[in-house]
Ligand binder design. Structure first.
Ligand SMILES: Cc1cc2nc3c(=O)[nH]c(=O)nc-3n(C[C@H](O)[C@H](O)[C@H](O)COP(=O)(O)OP(=O)(O)OC[C@H]3O[C@@H](n4cnc5c(N)ncnc54)[C@H](O)[C@@H]3O)c2cc1C
Length: 546
């Protein structure tokens, strides 16, 4: 393998939303979300029956006597008060303006907002929440609409007010000595990367949707991404939060302290709460020294077991500088290549399993030499079959596109099962083999597509049904597939959601796995903060859950 040239001390390559960038932007105020249109793909879970993608039909103006009329009555009182508070820019109440706010990136669900509030200050967010509490109207916060479990999509009945954070997008402070920044919830993640880089700092939260997702949404979903193995999930990067509570009060927990051991860590309650406990309005984030050297490598291996052994070796031998470790069996590479003809075979000869690995460093380390030594030892031991080190940022981007275009390839296939499970890292290879066996035995016609951030034990074990299957048979097949995968997850002590969350789509399997004590604790938290159940009802956990 050739030794890569030293990086020019410049920018770190981050997986930068290629999928999203290729799609045409919809019209609409402040439009930045690029919806996935033109295919009929959607996710499916056991107790969730998705509807095929269809044009948004605003039900708010439906026939007399429908729920829409009652909502119009409520809106008649609430809307003028919201308009007084927010001005014309801050409120959308015409159904023609709703399309952008009625769906998320997946297009799995279509909803209808009662109206869309777009506050530009924390005081305005608090005012909207107070007015909605008085009018008994549920509120659903919305970030960049890239969530994959339907949490930000309003109900189709037109009874929920969408509160979009898109205008609350100021970077309040950046502190190069404290290695921290304070950003408002509506800041787009990629914008924060650039802001940090401008101060020679690094915000390591990095995911395929970073050109559209917002930091408030990342915190609300406790997003993961490609750098978790080194820097942790969003939860590990948050130093403080500012949150508007369901009664409209503002909780100021926006401190940038590294150490604060004064009792309960309240901010953790809101991280990963998916809008059900309050609205995140600002976030204090940890930053890191900006890496000045990055090594991106694509390796071919004989098996998943070999890949996991390589992972353990890389963590130790690369001086704890490993930042990403993505696994893709050959089938995934073939799917990505078929979907994106501009992409090229990453290695000279096909391999059964591929690993996309990245290490990064700042300071005086010679990362290229370290990587070269590590890879030479791997080749000598025979633990890797072949490999290619990215010689330029463009080549590194090409490797990452193989990983990211795989998602698009599955969308193009149409209807499929999408999961984001996790098991202990040491069990991942056994889990994958057990899942493959279960599929071969029970669902031989389906095509498993399994890949993921395996450095975190996180696997997308997805299932593509055979083409031409009638819709009922397809649903039955995907239902069975999910049940089989989740049963294995239980057997391995894993999680049915490693990073996408519960939202509306995964509620049923989530609720089924709760014990009595889990339910009591969840009920205590929800009733303590949102006794009326008006924050994002029907997501994660509701008070009427028995
Ligand atoms: C191509 C692609 C790749 C992805 N890769 C990853 C990945 O690697 N790792 C990962 O974890 N996720 C991934 N995701 C999922 C998604 O990007 C994350 O869940 C992201 O954090 C959602 O942010 P958002 O701003 O788009 O939130 P939205 O989709 O707008 O909302 C998500 C949830 O958060 C709530 N919410 C939003 N903003 C706020 C707020 N300010 N206060 C309170 N609640 C709020 C919403 O009500 C909803 O329940 C990916 C998605 C796509 C489309």
């Amino acid at each position: 393998m050739p030794r890569p040239p030293a990086r020019d001390g410049g920018s770190v390559f981050l997986a930068s939303g290629f999928l999203l960038a290729r799609r045409p932007a919809p019209a609409g105020p402040g439009a930045s979300l690029l919806l996935n249109s033109g295919t009929s793909s959607y996710c499916w879970t056991s107790d969730f029956r998705p509807e095929p993608r269809r044009r948004h039909v605003p039900r708010r103006l439906a026939t007399p006597g429908s729920p829409g009329r009652a909502n119009l009555h409520i809106a008649g009182h609430l809307i003028p008060r919201l308009r007084d508070l927010l001005g014309a820019q801050g409120l959308l109440d015409e159904p023609a303006q709703f399309a952008r706010y009625a769906q998320d990136w997946s297009g799995d669900l279509a909803g209808c907002p009662l109206a869309v509030a777009r506050p530009a200050t924390v005081e305005e967010v608090a005012g909207v929440v107070r007015l909605c509490a008085e009018a008994k109207v549920p509120v659903v916060p919305q970030g960049g609409h890239t969530g994959l479990v339907g949490g930000a999509v309003p109900s189709p009945e037109g009874e929920e007010l969408v509160l979009s954070l898109e205008r609350l997008d100021r970077l309040r402070a950046i502190d190069p000595v404290n290695f921290s920044m304070v950003a408002e919830a509506g800041c787009v993640l990629a914008t924060l990367h650039r802001a940090a880089a401008g101060h020679d700092l690094h915000l390591p939260l990095s995911l395929g949707a970073q050109g559209s997702c917002q930091i408030g949404g990342n915190v609300a979903t406790n997003a993961g991404g490609v750098n978790v193995l080194r820097y942790g999930m969003a939860r590990d990067l948050v130093l403080g939060l500012e949150v508007v509570l369901p009664d409209g009060r503002v909780w100021n927990g926006l401190r940038s302290l590294r150490k604060n051991n004064t009792g309960y860590d309240l901010k953790q309650l809101f991280i990963g709460s998916e809008g059900t406990l309050g609205i995140v309005t600002a976030v204090a984030l940890k930053l890191f020294p900006r890496p000045t050297q990055v090594q991106t490598v694509m390796l071919g291996l004989a098996s998943v077991e070999a890949a996991m052994a390589l992972y353990a070796a890389a963590r130790r031998d690369l001086s704890d500088l490993l930042s990403a470790f993505e696994l893709m069996p050959r089938r995934c590479i073939e799917l990505a290549l078929a979907a994106s003809p501009a992409l090229r075979e990453p290695l000279a000869a096909p391999a059964p399993v591929y690993v996309l690995m990245e290490a990064s460093a700042s300071g005086l380390v010679d990362l290229a030499a370290l990587m070269e030594q590590f890879l030479a030892a791997c080749l000598e031991r025979g633990s890797v079959l072949d490999g290619s080190v990215a010689m330029s940022e463009a080549q590194a981007r090409g490797f990452w596109r193989l990983r990211e275009d795989l998602v698009e390839a599955q969308h193009r296939h149409g209807r499929h099962l999408r999961t984001d499970v996790s098991v202990p890292i040491s069990d991942l290879a056994t889990f994958m083999a057990a899942a493959d066996d279960a599929m071969a035995q029970h669902l031989p016609a389906a095509l498993p597509v399994a890949y993921g951030h395996v450095g975190d034990g996180n696997l997308h074990y997805n299932l593509l049904p055979p083409r031409g299957l009638d819709p009922a048979a397809c649903e039955a097949l995907l239902h069975q597939g999910e049940e089989l995968i989740f049963a294995l997850v239980d057997r391995f002590g894993g999680s049915i959601s490693a990073e996408h969350g519960i939202g509306r789509v995964k509620r049923a399997p989530f609720l089924r796995r709760l014990g009595a004590v889990d339910r009591d604790l969840l009920r205590a938290i929800k009733s303590g903060l949102d006794p009326a159940g008006r924050m994002s009802p029907g997501r994660i956990f509701t008070l009427d859950e028995s």
